[in-house]
Design a protein around this ligand. Structure first.
Ligand code: C2E
Ligand code: CA
Ligand code: CA
Length: 533
């Protein structure tokens, strides 16, 4: 380009129909579908080559050519509307200067009506600067469009000086977040926060939010996570001439991570709020300086403070003065990225036990926001454990003082427990009680008992035998050993649980009876009768 283009060049281009509409897809991010197109003016001059709309729109505005140009763009774009999806919207840009023109509504709606496109399919994009000069006139014009059924989008949001009052009082359907925020979103946490806030703002006001200038997959991912409704940008589709508008109902086909199932920040906020308050655990959130930002009622009860008083307080204050520095150091370490801590703590005031867990909270961009604290009340579990331990202790003592020998074996036949009666007391280790019990058995009984035992464990469910064994007092005793196959402590694997009972006295009696019987030839019953007399 050797010289600047002039108004005369532009006028020639308009008269010669050299300015054409380009269509850039608008993608609904939760479904990855094209819901409409923004129409952008394109001028490729035979001499100058492509001229940026930034330049020629400014000239058109200055030289009162913008009305004619707009009508031409609208007329041409509408010709193609019939070949698009019946529901796809077309968004046209109107210059701020045009809003001062009293005939704007008639000009624009006339051109669209002539092309036979329903007004409901058309969105008018205006920038904030259009509203600043003459608010009441702009508002009146915008209302006319709105009442006729057009959609109204506020373009380049965030770059002008739109007041929140204006945002509320103008009938906008869409907020278009300016590309400058989207572009820096990955690197600048400030931009990301602005985008998040605008998405929330738009949704609270019932407007759908469009993110402009989406160029990277990372930006798209963040926007989807934030619940942004619509995306526009080179990643999702460049502005293209009508001839290239093939079917863009899904773009790019099947390639984008879907946001299906992701809910809007507003719903998410309420849901989280409900979970936060209703959770059966005590929850609190601390800022990076260790002050309470939020806490649920349960947490406040555990700490013994009003929830409202807690907010803003330093969490370390709850500790004795000497412990505060330690607590602060632990908090700093977790903020610096130490793994989550989890430990059991006892509240001295209430004597209740909790599992404390503390982790840092990081946003999408890696910024540390603060610490999350949760306390799970485990007092009942602790009490139950203590009761169980007491029960176990009771049984253990009962077994240890018993004159009988309790034993247990695996299904392979290997004995793994034996109570102390046989070996002379609880001070003898279980391993020693087990290791020498077989040697204590009378040599004449060993082989038989072993055979009986092996036969039982191969297919039996109960065991019973009698043998002689050298007792802890170094005297021979007769014992009866009985066992049953039962589930083990885990309720699943089977174990043999048995008990050896001293039957020496009974055996002696029986032997005596035998002897007497042999001598006098009486029946056993008669002799026993004699003994009782
Ligand atoms: P705009 O209304 O904000 O339009 C979006 C601009 O961003 C377009 O530039 C578009 O091509 C560009 N864009 C879209 N996606 C991306 C992306 O991912 N990366 C980058 N870097 N850019 C992207 P374009 O077509 O050059 O238009 C510039 C401006 O000129 C428009 O900004 C709009 O204000 C104005 N304009 C364009 N056509 C018309 C028109 O027919 N009438 C009026 N009044 N203004 C128009
Ligand atoms: Ca625009
Ligand atoms: Ca824009």
């Amino acid at each position: 380009m050797t010289r600047q283009i002039t108004a005369a060049d532009l006028e020639r281009a308009i008269s010669g129909h050299q300015i054409e509409p380009a269509f850039q897809p608008l993608i609904r991010l939760d479904e990855d579908t094209t819901v409409g197109y923004e129409v952008l003016a394109r001028w490729t001059d035979p001499v100058f080559g492509p001229v940026s709309p930034i330049d020629f729109i400014a000239i058109a505005e200055e030289h009162s050519l913008i009305g004619k140009l707009t009508r031409q763009i609208i007329a041409k774009a509408c010709q193609h509307a019939t070949s698009l999806d019946r529901n796809a919207t077309l968004a046209f840009n109107l210059s701020p200067v045009q809003l001062r023109n009293a005939t704007l509504f008639n000009d624009v709606s006339g051109a669209i009506a002539k092309a036979g496109v329903p007004f409901e399919r058309v969105v008018i994009e205006i920038t904030e600067s259009a509203l600043i000069d003459d608010e009441s006139l702009a508002l009146a014009t915008i209302r006319k469009f709105k009442q006729a059924g057009f959609g109204i989008a506020l373009d380049d949001f965030g770059t002008g000086f739109s007041s929140l009052t204006r945002l509320h009082s103008f009938p906008f359907d869409k907020l278009k977040i300016d590309a400058s925020f989207v572009r820096t979103m990955e690197t600048d946490p400030g931009s990301r926060k602005i985008v998040a806030a605008v998405v929330g703002l738009g949704q609270s006001l019932g407007m759908s939010v469009v993110a402009e200038g989406v160029e990277t997959a990372a930006q798209l991912f963040i926007l989807k996570r934030l619940g942004c409704d619509i995306g526009q940008g080179y990643l999702l589709g460049r502005p293209m001439p009508a001839a290239q508008l093939v079917d863009h109902s899904l773009y790019p086909p099947g390639k984008m991570p879907s946001r299906r199932g992701v809910i809007s920040p507003l719903i998410k906020l309420h849901q989280l709020e409900t979970i936060y308050q209703g959770a059966p655990i005590a929850l609190a959130f601390l800022d990076t300086a260790g002050r309470y930002v939020s806490a649920n009622d349960r947490y406040a009860r555990v700490i013994g403070e009003e929830r409202t008083c807690l907010i803003g307080q330093s969490a370390a204050d709850a500790f004795a003065e000497g412990r505060r520095a330690v607590v602060a150091r632990i908090a700093r370490r977790i903020l610096a990225g130490r793994p989550v801590i989890e430990r059991e703590v006892v509240n001295r005031r209430t004597n209740r036990s909790y599992v404390l867990s503390c982790s840092r909270i990081v946003d999408d961009g890696g910024d540390v926001l603060g610490l999350s604290i949760s306390l799970i009340d485990v007092t009942r579990r602790k009490l139950a454990e203590a009761a169980l331990r007491a029960d176990e202790e009771h049984f253990r003592l009962a077994i240890e003082v018993s004159p009988n020998v309790a034993w247990a074996a695996r299904t392979t036949g290997e004995v793994y427990y034996m109570s102390p009666a046989l070996s002379g007391g609880a001070h003898v280790a279980v391993e020693d009680r087990i290791s020498n019990w077989y040697e204590r058995m009378h040599a004449e009984d060993r082989v038989r008992v072993r055979q009986e035992w092996l036969a039982t464990i191969s297919d039996g469910t109960s065991f019973q035998t009698e043998f002689r064994i050298l007792w802890s007092d170094d005297r021979w005793r007769w014992v009866r050993s009985e066992a049953v196959l039962a589930p083990g402590a885990d309720g699943k694997a089977h174990r043999w649980f048995g008990v050896m009972t001293d039957i020496t006295a009974r055996r002696a009696l029986e032997e005596q009876v035998d002897r007497l019987q042999n001598r006098v030839g009486n029946s056993a019953d008669e002799i026993l009768q004699l003994f009782r007399l």
